[in-house]
Design a protein. Sequence first.
Lengths: 137, 400
Amino acid sequence: MTLPVVERKGARPWPPRASAFTKTFWDNLNAGRFTTVRCADCRRLTFPPKPFCPHCWSKNVAWVELSGRGKLYSRTTVHAAPAAFAAETPYGVCIVDAEDGFRFATAVLDDTPPDRPVEVVLLRYDDGPLFAVRSPR
Amino acid sequence: MGRALRDVAVVGAAATPVGRIQKNADEDIQVLEHETLAGVAIDALNDAGLKREHVGSLVFSNPRAYTKQLYFATFMANYLRLPARGVVMEVLGNGMTGGFAFDQAALDVAAGRSDVALALGVSFELGIGSAEHMMRSMRATGDVDFHVPFGFTPISWYAMDATRYMHETGATRADLASVAVKNRRHASLNPLAHYRDPITLEQVLAQRPIVEPLGLFEVPPRSDGAAALVVTTVEIAKSLKRPYLRLRGRGFHHEGAHQISEVPNDMTAFAAAREAGKDAFAEAGISAGDVDVAELYAPCTIVEILVAEALGLVPRHKGAKAAVAGETALGGRIPICTSGGCLSRGHPPMVTPLYNIVEIAEQLRRRAGPRQVKGAEIGIASCELGNYNAALVHVFEAAA
């Protein structure tokens, strides 16, 4: 599936580093796909993607596409921000329990409260991609 | 190796009042971290009635990045002119740093590496503004490539604890804010506290939001401080003929997660504090109900509530109501953070755990004056890192 896209002016306030391994995640995201790795031995997911499985320490992992849907577990709106985020303040951040069975943390673009559904969107900045969640449209 | 561990005591404690100590970089006269700390170390040793020749180990909390002197421990061994055959080292463990300094000092004494050990440190950060400071502190929580790009700050995680707790328990923001009012009342009685003017619930609720639902008075102030503890054997402590603290129990737990992992859990359960508390109480042979006074590392109102619940000092999901009812205030069933805690005593993070033990030392030696918990026999100190992903709990008993 292809993620909804939200255009953002300017550069990312804190661009993530990519390794030879995590570059796949960011390239997939840029192409509208939300992905991580699943362990070929114990079958569990990990997120953020790692070149091994933290659950069983197998190095036998493979990329899989995620649904991009889940439920908001908790959230806050940040009013006192690090200098690099001054232009975006206030902004929302949250924890999401994905329907694929894992938890992750990201930005939240609206007022979605706990236990309500959210969808992952691609944030397309001038210098590269990030992701966020919002109430499903 | 193979020697039996020795019983450990705390016989001396000293600290500088928490507050704005560090000067801005452009001021002509600076306050130097080592001058401040040396004074506190000497005060602590005098408090113990011991001499510098007795000291065999120096365990420092790692200073913040905003002071200049690097290789601080070995520099201080020279500055204090203190040859040592136990250990001279700095420890680092985020919010747990000062707690690890004490833990290592206690271990040195228990293991017989030295008869007297100092656990000490200085934490200065007010020479730099908050927005710039957060550019560094944001890199200490979560994942620098998968969380920091969204703007998470250390206290944003605690704020999410608050949102979830309110959602699950029906507690209100005013319930949480009562902790800030209570701690300020405690701090008004503590000469070491950063903020001492009493505040009302209305004032707390009227502050500007910082990380919703928490406002300015519900999150930690930024503070400078320096503290030192003198650790020795119970045998030596007895010979000093003055009140001391006997270390009765210790527990540590890291849950193998940093803020969050991908495995969904009950975020507000603070499992590491629960496990560390269980181990510390078991070693001490006590239960949570035996604790007379608790000095908890709790940077935000919600954190004090959650760690008190995790340690079993108040029932799960009832911590906010217990705070509102005054159970955790001086004069209540289980006084928590009689120093004023991180919120009002102040929060120089690298040494906050040392200040917490300083307060327990004051309480158990009956020197806390107007904030004395009457008849306090058992006191505990906790510290943490992350979102209480790891916790270190020490149980102390009053002795003489």
